[in-house]
Design a binder for this molecule. Structure first.
Ligand SMILES: *Cc1c(COP(=O)(O)O)cnc(C)c1O
Length: 369
């Protein structure tokens, strides 16, 4: 048997004829930029998240950048975020001219540790960006409370949490704005790069709608210096079809996760990802286990025909790109330990019970040997 780390085409194959159909419609209509498909998807996705407005943009990075900018983040400001996030969260902050200020992860749920948040706030802090990492929400009640007391906007990085809930609320709907990526491998993925900002705040959505389109209100009327950071009509049409399947796809991932929890017992030597017990949901963008002998196990599984991933082997504060920030090994010990031990096991909609069994047998065999 061979179990790939990810195979997104498997569960999607059925809807591919529908998708090629809607792409063809866009091609026939010849309207490729800011037309009816983008408008419809913005409304559908905002409704799905339980918020008023959505503004389609070109990627998750652009969503984060434009959202941060819309709440006034600029040069010289500090923006607090999770130390163990994907590099793009840091990049979006840098793109504003601001400085990313990492806060270490809490070890159980892998998200920004609210207990360390207050200490990171300074006079220059302009926003907080919690990251709903791997498909499960950050501790939003506590983060929201601290942000509220400090009068700081919260911009959610929901790029890995499409449809995940925290105490009955959708990720992306709890802060001042929620930012999503539709990179093909996300739980809701386009056929290329795409993203969106969702918000209840009309001021934020208007600012972003202007900024993404050359600062243009009406044709040839440019109110401010803007950008070209738009969601394409073709991608919006694809996303509208796939949004209809998102809950089903997430449920399929949750079923596979259930098998992992069932089969990865104490004898496996690995720690399965913890789920919040407060009515929140995990949508398993990634199924990340902690493995003390990670690299060894990874090589062993590879030999057996099991694909795995590491998200992420080097945290942003230790990347050459952020050497300027002056952090060292040991600056964020929880994130660094996670980076050394995390292993992402095969996870995608349509993964079968037999495949999960094969992966778990391999892990048990490695542990016994
Ligand atoms: C994917 C991702 C992003 C960036 O999204 P792009 O569409 O690739 O720009 C940002 N943050 C997190 C946590 C992500 O997983």
């Amino acid at each position: 048997m061979h179990v790939p780390f990810v195979d997104l085409s498997r569960a999607e194959r059925e809807i591919h004829p529908t998708i090629t159909g809607v792409i063809e419609d866009v091609v026939k209509n010849g309207n490729f930029i800011l037309g009816p498909e983008v408008e419809a998807f913005e409304e559908e996705f905002a409704r799905y998240c339980g918020v008023k407005r959505g503004v389609g943009v070109g990627s998750g990075t652009e969503a984060l950048f434009l959202a941060l900018r819309s709440v006034g983040v600029g040069p010289g400001d500090e923006v607090i975020t999770a130390a163990n996030t994907f590099i793009a969260t840091f990049n979006a902050i840098s793109l504003c001219g601001a400085v990313p200020v990492p806060v270490d992860a809490e070890p159980v749920y892998y998200c920004l540790d609210p207990e360390r948040l207050e200490a990171a706030i300074t006079r220059r802090t302009k926003a907080i960006v919690p990251v709903h990492l791997f498909g499960q929400s950050a501790e939003m009640d506590r983060i929201g409370q601290i942000a509220g007391e400090a009068r700081l906007p919260v911009i959610e990085d929901s790029c890995q949490a499409h449809g995940a809930e925290y105490k009955g609320r959708k990720c992306g709907s709890m802060g001042d704005a929620g930012c999503f990526s539709f990179y093909p491998a996300k739980n809701l993925g386009a056929f290329g790069d795409a993203g969106i900002v969702v918000t209840d705040d009309g001021d934020i959505s208007e600012k972003i709608a202007l900024a993404r389109n050359y600062g243009q209100r009406r044709k040839n009327e440019h109110l401010e210096v803007g950008f070209n950071m738009r969601l394409d009509e073709i991608q919006a049409a694809v996303l509208s079809v796939k949004l209809g399947q998102l809950d089903e796809m997430n449920a399929s991932r949750q079923q596979a996760a259930g098998w992992y929890y069932e089969m990865l017992g104490d004898a496996s030597g690995v720690t399965t990802p913890a789920r919040r017990a407060d009515g929140s949901t995990h949508i398993y963008h990634l199924f990340v286990a902690l493995c003390p002998r990670r690299d060894d196990l990874r090589a062993f599984l590879d030999e057996k025909g099991v694909g795995t991933g590491i998200h992420y082997p080097t945290p942003p504060h230790l990347q050459p790109a952020y050497a300027d920030l002056g952090y060292r090994e040991g600056s964020f010990p929880v994130s660094e330990k996670l980076a050394a031990e995390m292993l992402s096991l095969p996870m995608f909609p349509g993964l079968t019970r037999d495949e999960v069994q094969f992966v778990c047998d391999g892990i048990a065999e490695h542990h016994a040997g």
